[in-house]
Design a protein around this ligand. Structure first.
Ligand SMILES: Cc1cc2nc3c(=O)[nH]c(=O)nc-3n(C[C@H](O)[C@H](O)[C@H](O)COP(=O)(O)O)c2cc1C
Length: 245
């Protein structure tokens, strides 16, 4: 395995950090790695807000359901999908301004996610660890308010980064055959595939070193997804100029 692939396969979210800081130079270089990701039509439709102020971090940690690692991380970044800048470009070039198209929302969200994943992977290659924080969408209005986000910018997720102070196991992913379809999508093998993966994950949950539990992938993920409907999101996004048509 080449070292990049090896690093990718070692990924696990890190939620405990030492007190060691991340130098400004390193953070800048990691962000440049994030920016090296591909971008839909090269719109680079993202912004990062680094949250340094400890009161702001506490407010965000509380809004995200009390996730203490937001306060403890050496760096905490809010990854935003940003159509505000491109809207400005449209205005100065006398093109019509953006009108809330769903397609543009998807492009900006995908751009932001690709950038953030590149950033995290670069961080991991330097020995740092991190975790994405979708929990900020529990109260996106609080985040937008604290960070003074303008219209056409929304917080997609946060990213905690720091030097790892624990060493959790990697979680076994689904076998490739389960997610790779050839020529046509197949639904007929979903029951048997899920059954097999549930057994694998039940074994993982029962035998991992910490937080052992009797569960499986179906139970865990359905509980998680049903518990995170965040019904306020459509209204929040529309209010910010997204998803109008
Ligand atoms: C978009 C996104 C949002 C996430 N939000 C949170 C979060 O709010 N809090 C948290 O502790 N982990 C969060 N995670 C981490 C996932 O729980 C984690 O990636 C998943 O369980 C797989 O574990 P692993 O990253 O250790 O392989 C998030 C991950 C992604 C991709």
């Amino acid at each position: 395995m080449n070292p990049v692939i090896e690093k990718m396969k070692q990924h696990r979210s890190i939620r405990k950090y030492t007190d060691k800081p991340i130098s400004e130079m390193m953070l800048k270089s990691l962000i440049e790695c994030g920016q090296a990701a591909a971008s839909s039509s090269f719109i680079q439709a993202y912004s990062i807000v680094q949250v340094i102020d400890s009161d702001s971090r506490s407010t965000i940690a509380k809004a995200a359901g009390g996730q203490s690692w937001i306060k403890d991380a050496a760096a905490f970044l809010v990854i935003c999908a940003d159509l505000n800048r491109i809207d400005h470009c449209c205005r100065i070039t006398n093109a019509t301004s953006l009108e809330g198209y769903t397609e543009h929302f998807i492009a900006a969200t995908v751009d932001a996610a690709l950038m953030a994943q590149n950033l995290l992977l670069a961080a991991e290659s330097e020995g740092l660890g991190g975790v994405f924080i979708g929990g900020i969408r529990n109260a996106p209005d609080v985040i937008a308010d604290v960070l003074k986000l303008p219209e056409l910018v929304y917080p997609v997720f946060g990213l905690c980064l720091g030097w790892p102070d624990h060493d959790p196991e990697t979680k076994p992913r689904m076998p490739v055959e389960m997610i790779l379809h050839q020529d046509q999508y197949r639904s007929d093998n979903i029951p048997s595939n899920v059954d097999e993966y549930d057994s694998l994950m039940a074994n993982y949950y029962a035998s991992r070193l910490k937080n052992q539990r009797m569960s499986n992938w179906s139970i865990q993920t359905c509980e998680a997804i049903q518990g995170k409907k965040r019904e306020h999101m459509l209204g929040f996004l529309q209010q910010r100029g997204f998803l109008k048509r």
